[in-house]
Write a protein that binds this ligand. Structure first.
Ligand code: LMR
Length: 329
């Protein structure tokens, strides 16, 4: 009897992939908060295309852009619960998980240009940060670039004094909170999907973001002045539910990893141009004035924001600051 049971069990086990396939493809819900027509939006669609191709349709990727499934904070909870399998939040949004170290990447004027950023993320700090996620049931797969932040309001922001008393929407990082405070303004965390309305109704006076987000979310329609300051960097962590990911058949997971590597190269190769194109569109729309800092203005901002670095030690810890610094040498 026991032998018979074992034989039945073995046969069922052998049939499992066939049964899974008969039941339809493995579905990966990939939720994010930006438009399809942005570096992240395009990256997600590229991953879908490649993943479905490489797995021969055994995996179906459902991309939900523009917070259509979940907003910022909810999406991370949904990932942990397994309601979605894949996300690509900005690294500024991990504090609700109790992980503050990613915020080191939000330090103002940390990366002097795109190349410096890209090189730094190829180093040890990226992997070290991903290890922090594992204890939360989350696996980091890749970092996606979205360039540098600009800042806006309904008045021109050229000198630190210009920020005084203004309310700015920030996405989640206490480092951003700190540098806005040092400029004399009042930062406020708010979900990305709520920003347009908050700017329109005056709940906040201004915000920071990259050109592709200003363009696709139409923030430029409700902000008279944008300073192309590039004072901080915006990057995403592509993450998955660990249990789901490790439970995938190894051959499928390998194909998905291949698709993710290629989608990552693609996203990171278009980010700069996408943001330049978006900035050109904003300019063409003529609804907002673009301002550029002189060297002296930039120096004044840098000096005003500099104490963020000292403050950051207490927030993110020395270890990650050292790891970041090592990649900048
Ligand atoms: C924001 O909330 O401003 C950004 O993180 C949105 C995004 O994902 O680019």
């Amino acid at each position: 009897m026991r032998k018979l049971l074992l034989a039945v069990a073995a046969a069922t086990f052998a049939l499992a992939p066939a049964i899974a396939q008969a039941q339809g493809p493995i579905v990966i819900k990939f939720s994010h908060v930006v438009a399809n027509d942005t570096p992240k939006g395009k990256g997600a669609l590229k991953f879908k295309e490649l993943a479905e191709k490489y797995t021969d349709g055994k995996v179906k990727i459902e991309v939900y852009p523009n917070s259509s499934l979940y907003k910022d904070k909810e999406e991370i909870e949904a990932l942990q619960l397994g309601s979605v399998q894949m996300l690509a939040p900005s690294t500024a949004k991990f504090a609700p998980l109790g992980i503050k170290e990613f915020e080191a990447l939000d330090l103002p004027w940390l990366f002097k240009d795109d190349e410096t950023y890209a090189n730094a993320m190829k180093g040890t700090v990226g992997k070290w940060l991903f290890q922090k996620l594992e204890a939360k049931g989350i696996t980091g797969l890749a970092y996606w670039d979205n360039g540098f932040h600009m800042v806006s309001s309904n008045r021109s922001l050229m000198k630190p004094e210009d920020f005084k008393g203004l309310k700015f929407r920030i996405s989640g990082s206490k480092i951003a909170d700190q540098y806005f405070r040092l400029m004399g303004s009042i930062p406020q965390i708010m979900a990305f999907s709520e920003v347009y309305q908050a700017l329109q109704t005056g709940v906040v006076d201004g915000c920071e973001n990259t050109a592709s987000n200003y363009w696709t979310q139409k923030f430029y329609e409700v902000q008279k002045d944008i300073t192309v300051s590039y004072h901080a960097h915006l990057q995403y962590a592509v993450i998955v539910n660990s249990k789901f990911w490790s439970g995938l058949p190894p051959d499928i997971r390998a194909q998905l990893e291949k698709a993710m590597n290629e989608a990552t190269d693609y996203t990171n190769s278009i980010a700069r141009q996408e943001n330049e194109d978006a900035l050109a569109e904003i300019k063409k729309a003529g609804k907002t004035t673009l301002h550029y800092l002189t060297d002296a203005d930039r120096k004044a901002w840098q000096e005003a924001m500099q104490p963020t670095y000292k403050w950051a030690k207490g927030r993110v810890g020395q270890e990650v600051l050292d790891l970041v610094a090592k990649e900048l040498d």
